[in-house]
Ligand binder design. Sequence first.
Ligand SMILES: [Zn+2]
Length: 50
Amino acid sequence: MCFRPPSAAKPVECPNCKKKIPVVGGVKQKVCPFCKTELPAETPDKPADK
Ligand SMILES: [Zn+2]
């Protein structure tokens, strides 16, 4: 139900305008295309060693 496909990157949410910025082709946006706010560098959604 709440599993996600392994190849789908989760979208980044803008901390300012709360819009979801989709990660296309594994390329993550550095700034929000909507409000130009700098996006936080999010760690990949996989455990380091566990
Ligand atoms: Zn934004």
